[in-house]
Design a protein around this ligand. Structure first.
Ligand code: ADP
Length: 219
């Protein structure tokens, strides 16, 4: 199967980082911005870098943008340009459009006009940092929906030596331990009677409020 081809429009901090990492991972990347300096700054790191205004439908069509499997729109500040660009990409028939939103309302508009995925990098990073501050044991926080998340929690000292039956996380916090990570091994059917070790990592799913309670209880 041919490797996916990506285009990234808007080369601010977020867009240029997405473009560079995709390229480092071996993917073909077209990077677009209407600011020549921004284009120059990433040109060495991606397959093609082009100066173009993404709100110009003809320019986008001439770039063959609809031939890319995924187009990431990373125009943050200029909401009007972000919306117009998404609309144009949709009209041109881009198969998958991922757009960075500035706020919830912006995100709502993007979804309505056909963005396949709306992302909120600053909000999500803020959430992760907040969780990490509440409990330094939280290594990862993945939002599944506005109400539910999965967290990776380094086993707190108060849990070491206890097993899942004794901890009773399901009853006490209405959360489920999906897996226990030991070094690089993932045990997806953790035995409930095996005591947890200091370097174990728990992968837990639950309601956000319940997960926070659990995090605070073991902070
Ligand atoms: P970040 O917060 O990730 O740094 P910015 O909003 O600062 O994002 O950057 C967005 C980038 O999008 C800028 O480099 C800007 O030049 C570019 N951009 C804005 N409007 C357009 C447009 N119509 N066509 C192409 N690029 C655009």
């Amino acid at each position: 199967m041919a490797k996916k081809q990506f285009a990234v429009i808007g080369l601010g901090r977020f867009g240029s980082s997405v473009a560079k990492y995709l390229s480092e991972m071996g993917y073909e990347v077209l990077a677009v911005d209407d600011n020549s300096q921004r284009v120059q700054d990433v040109a060495h790191a991606v397959t093609h870098a082009v100066i173009a205004d993404s709100t110009d439908e003809e320019a986008m069509s001439a770039l063959g943008i609809r031939n890319f499997d995924v187009v990431v729109v990373a125009i943050g500040q200029d909401i009007q340009s972000s919306i117009l660009t998404t609309l144009i990409l949709k009209d041109l028939g881009v198969p998958s459009i991922i757009v960075k939103a500035q706020n919830e309302l912006h995100g709502k508009v993007l979804s309505k006009i056909g963005a396949d995925k709306v992302i909120y990098p600053e909000r999500d990073m803020g959430l992760r940092v907040a969780h990490h501050l509440i409990s330094p044991n939280i290594l990862e926080h993945i939002e599944l929906s506005p109400d539910y998340s999965i967290v990776e929690m380094k086993v707190p000292s108060a849990m070491v030596g206890k097993n899942l039956i004794q901890l009773d996380i399901r009853q006490k916090y209405e959360c489920n331990v999906l897996a226990v990570k030991k070094n690089n091994d993932m045990d997806i059917t953790p035995a409930p009677n095996v005591p947890l070790q200091p370097d174990d990592v728990l992968v837990i799913v639950g309601r956000n409020g319940q997960l926070t309670k659990l995090e605070q209880a073991y902070a």
